[in-house]
Design a protein around this ligand. Sequence first.
Ligand SMILES: Cc1cc2nc3c(=O)[nH]c(=O)nc-3n(C[C@H](O)[C@H](O)[C@H](O)COP(=O)(O)O)c2cc1C
Length: 367
Amino acid sequence: METLVAVRNKTISFIYRNLLKRFFFLLNPEKLHDRMVLAGRLLGSNPVGRWLTGLMFNYQNQMLTQNLAGINFKNPIGLAAGFDKEAFLPGILPKVGFGFEEAGSITALAFSGNPGKWLWRLPKEKALRVNYGLKNSGAENIHNRLKGRKFDFVLGVSIAKTNSEQTSHVEAGAEDYFKSYKIFQDVGDYFTVNISCPNTCEPSPIFAQAENLDVLLAKLFSIPKTKPVFVKLSPDLAEDQLNGILALGNKYPVDGFICTNLTKVNRFNHEGKGGFSGKAVEELSNQMIAKVYKYYGGKKIIIGCGGVFSAEDAYKKIKLGASLVQLITGMIFQGPQLISEINQGLVKLLQADGYKNISEAIGQGIK
Ligand SMILES: Cc1cc2nc3c(=O)[nH]c(=O)nc-3n(C[C@H](O)[C@H](O)[C@H](O)COP(=O)(O)O)c2cc1C
């Protein structure tokens, strides 16, 4: 079975790199993205589409299963926030091989996106430049479509502050997050509080300042907590800023941190607005995973995110302290079989190191 899966993945990878990607990369990236989401939505809406997708991409192995914060994960690879902004894809993503997804980021009010272009491919750099600015149709709309539906899949809901000057003050901003937080109490398995979008109307994310985040977390935890809560960090935080945020992780019942969002650091001289993903963020993300892991001595859950293009990249994050790993850019550059390739590759890496389950490897690369 393992050999069959490996051959299947290699075949799809070959077709993707030599045929499909060449064609896809000629198309406008934003339009292609919308079409991919539409295709995923259609495939996920019927049993034949789901079965066929599973046949092409699925892979399961007991060594990859974990229970974290009361949630059962079939494998540690998740789709990061920003691909499925409207939560259209929980029907199909488990068949693509994902262990979980994070939908959003979702904001209290709808936002049609920043003016101008939103997405650029940087193939040489294995990165994307992104400037959507939290485009989404608003918490109530998205919630209305999802409520009452059951998915056999872990669904995280990423909430952010509406991208508007009206919510640029701390009290109004915290109130804005709180609206989405209340609306989504009965949908999804965990929350992520995204305090790190680099593309909003503020010069820098206001809730990345510890004193402001303190106000926000006090507001969110003023009502009984119903599910795990993660905070998503920017890779560009200064040391003291990061320490201020992590101290709040001890004051409030935050379950863990996502390391990291897009970086503003433009190491490619690629002029224009937006944040960078992929290999532009990988090293920063890895450094932050290690810092957060050391800070809490492994007591908080870390989701590693940024520049994962292979099983080795994912394993590096796990060895540095991540329990789970998310990606977007790697899948766009390598193809959708990447998820299965990473999961199968992780099993081999775990076996080579003598581990029986992925949980045994977490943080083992930290001295
Ligand atoms: C097109 C795109 C849109 C994104 N939108 C969001 C978002 O709405 N919320 C968020 O928390 N992160 C967003 N991100 C950041 C990703 O979740 C992730 O943190 C980052 O891309 C690094 O992972 P990667 O290198 O695997 O892409 C976005 C990334 C991309 C590529």
